[in-house]
Design a protein around this ligand. Sequence first.
Ligand SMILES: Cc1cc2nc3c(=O)[nH]c(=O)nc-3n(C[C@H](O)[C@H](O)[C@H](O)COP(=O)(O)OP(=O)(O)OC[C@H]3O[C@@H](n4cnc5c(N)ncnc54)[C@H](O)[C@@H]3O)c2cc1C
Length: 433
Amino acid sequence: METTVSVCWFRKDLRLNDHSALNGALSSGRKVICLYVFDPAVYPSFGDGSDPRTSFILDQVSEMKDKLREKDSDMVFRLGKTEEVWEEIFDKYDVAAVYASHDYEPLEVQRDKAFSQTCQEKGVEFVRFHDRILMGPEDALKDDGDPYLVFTPYKRRFLENLKADSGKLEEFKLSFENLLGFKDKHYPAFDGYEREQYVSLYPAKRLSGSMLDDYGDKRDYPAKDATSRLSMHLAHGTVSIRELSRRALNKSDVWMSELIWRNFYYTLAYLMPKSLSDGFKDGYNRINWVNDEAQFERWKKGKTGYPIVDAGMRQLSETGYMHNRVRMIVASFLVKHLLIDWRWGEAYFAEKLLDFDLPSNNGGWQWASGSGCDAAPYFRIFNPYRQQERFDSKFEYVKTWVPEYDRDTYPDPIVPHKEARTRAIDEYKKALG
Ligand SMILES: Cc1cc2nc3c(=O)[nH]c(=O)nc-3n(C[C@H](O)[C@H](O)[C@H](O)COP(=O)(O)OP(=O)(O)OC[C@H]3O[C@@H](n4cnc5c(N)ncnc54)[C@H](O)[C@@H]3O)c2cc1C
């Protein structure tokens, strides 16, 4: 057996700065090993190695390996089943404690429950920190201890608690002396992909002061480059939520609110995991969906005959990203105009979005369908023409993605707006009794 070590187990927190679990490990008084396990069971939607999200992870891990090697250490990277990788680590090292950031999604929660049991049996400490979000699920509850189901009072409590405990915003300054000196075996996964091919898909991490100043006024216009494009980085923890929140709190309440929405959805996913598969509100599970597969295909391809919907769907399939305003429009359109089950749309987004993140995606879809806990009311049906006039009046966004929108070759609307609206309201009324 070698020296007793602490392991920092990286998951969706892929960075080496301002990191609470890494700080915990480095301050433990023991030598520290960094580990990343790519377990296909936890990333089922990421498909094979050609998925850009897989390569994003490999990219970040390989950058972290380089940085750790400069410090005469390394990061152990393994592709395989979590429990098997851990067997190897426990065989090789005398592990006293494992430090990690909390995860909130059901598969990950299950994985951690099983791992926690293993640690208990082995007498290893398993220490976790809320690092992906600022406020842990149980840190902003109602006075009676129940979770908030409505965003505005949740946000109020969140900000009160933050004011009372400003330590939550403090940066963890890391000192790396205690890293274990070692070199991990060469892993072929790092040979198999062309980094350049993907790098353009991940906009640099940026959060400029002027973006924050203008965010409230400009964020809803999809042709403007007025949002941070940090979602993919937040989904994998390559930026620190504390750093972003400190900047947001000083500059933009509106942008801070978006980070709190994310925190709200993570909280609900963790405390009420059932709401991830079923409509949060029961009546919405009785909706008689039409689920027309041909119409679903036209929606996916961006051929519905509604320019703003088609532009969004084409932006998604060509880039893996879609502007938030347009996500709301296309989601509402699928669920209400076409009466297609929101879970179909949710699954398609999960397959395509580079920033896919289960709680936010589910939250967005349930918001649009009306079934979420703090969702759009069922009778609020976005009129795609009106949305076009308000948010892309000069068709700048549409022209980028649907250049033929004003030509004869462009299809007629897949369903007439007025009739679709009436049908949706009738169907929702029936289901909700
Ligand atoms: C149907 C639907 C599905 C969605 N799926 C996802 C998803 O899988 N992953 C994802 O990260 N976001 C999702 N969103 C939320 C939002 O659209 C994206 O976070 C945002 O467009 C990302 O762009 P940005 O980084 O420039 O955001 P900014 O406007 O700069 O916002 C900053 C950050 O706040 C968070 N955020 C912003 N809006 C929301 C929101 N409404 N809900 C939760 N978090 C938010 C994101 O982490 C984002 O990066 C979805 C929204 C809808 C309506």
